[in-house]
Design a protein around this ligand. Structure first.
Ligand code: SAM
Length: 247
């Protein structure tokens, strides 16, 4: 049975979703989206025209990826899909769970960014990989970009936030050390929001992330039928590039 929490109940992806662009600004994704684009184009055995993004959130990566690919976006949260639709009105948006979604269509590439961190058990991760496989054309490529694996996980704190026409957001992010007997870690957010003309409000939001050894990632991908390589990106993340055989 899946251990996953209903993440759409995380405040950040429900009641606070409208503030996402001031929490995590689209412009900040340009450099990493360029790396994702390059890896996908270099690794596919075909010219890549269509891409499915699972767990597409506010659509910040898509803002850049859609310049080269026709994007279809799937997310669990209707509120986040609405945010993404405002940023990417030219893309197809669908509600679904990356573990169970079945569009009965294939894409030249499938991409899962940080949303893959919400897979809390090996079973969850296996199901998300299976969905990616089923939606990927033969000869196509799946790119998984987790924030970390168990080996390169670093506990710590960071801060961020932006100002905009609607108001201002600032947050503190606190990443707890994982339980050595578990496949999860906790990410706590203290989020301050000041709507223009209003007093500042403070919210606490706890997110649970999955944490898996790199060998688990690789063996789950290989067992599903992919050939796998990895790539160390500019943020010291290990990205998993999974090719579906041409057949
Ligand atoms: C950090 S946000 C993604 C932000 C995104 N990278 C962007 O470019 O804006 C994580 C997203 O994962 C989604 N998510 C979490 N679990 C999911 C699941 N099982 N299936 C689909 N989406 C999921 C959440 O609703 C949330 O929108």
């Amino acid at each position: 049975m899946s251990k996953s929490l209903p993440v759409s109940f995380n405040k950040l992806y429900s009641e606070l979703a409208e503030w996402w662009p001031l929490f995590s600004a689209p412009a900040d994704y340009e450099a990493e989206a360029a790396v994702f684009r390059k890896l996908i184009l270099e690794n596919a055995r075909m010219s890549v025209k269509t891409m499915l993004e699972l767990g597409s959130g506010g659509g910040n990566n898509t803002l850049f990826l859609k310049k080269d690919f026709r994007m279809t976006l799937v997310d669990l949260s209707p509120e986040m899909l609405k945010v993404s639709e405002e940023l990417n009105p030219d893309c197809e948006h669908l509600q679904g769970d990356m573990r169970s979604v079945r569009l009965n269509r294939e894409f030249d590439a499938v991409f899962i960014h940080d949303a893959i961190m919400y897979m809390l058990s090996e079973n969850d991760l296996q199901q998300a990989i299976e969905s990616a496989y089923l939606h990927c054309r033969n000869g196509g490529v799946v790119l998984l970009a987790p924030d970390c694996t168990r080996e390169n996980y670093q506990p710590g704190t960071s801060k961020g936030g932006h100002d905009g026409d609607a108001g201002s957001v600032r947050y503190l992010e606190w990443n707890h050390a994982p339980d050595p007997n578990d496949t999860t870690c906790k990410m706590e957010f203290a989020i301050m929001i000041r709507k223009k003309g209003d007093a500042t409000r403070v919210y606490h939001d706890t997110h649970t992330f999955g944490l898996f050894p790199r060998d688990t990632w690789i063996s789950l991908l290989k067992d599903t039928g992919f050939t796998v390589t990895t790539f160390q990106d500019q943020f010291d993340r290990e990205l998993f590039i999974a090719r579906k055989p041409e057949k």
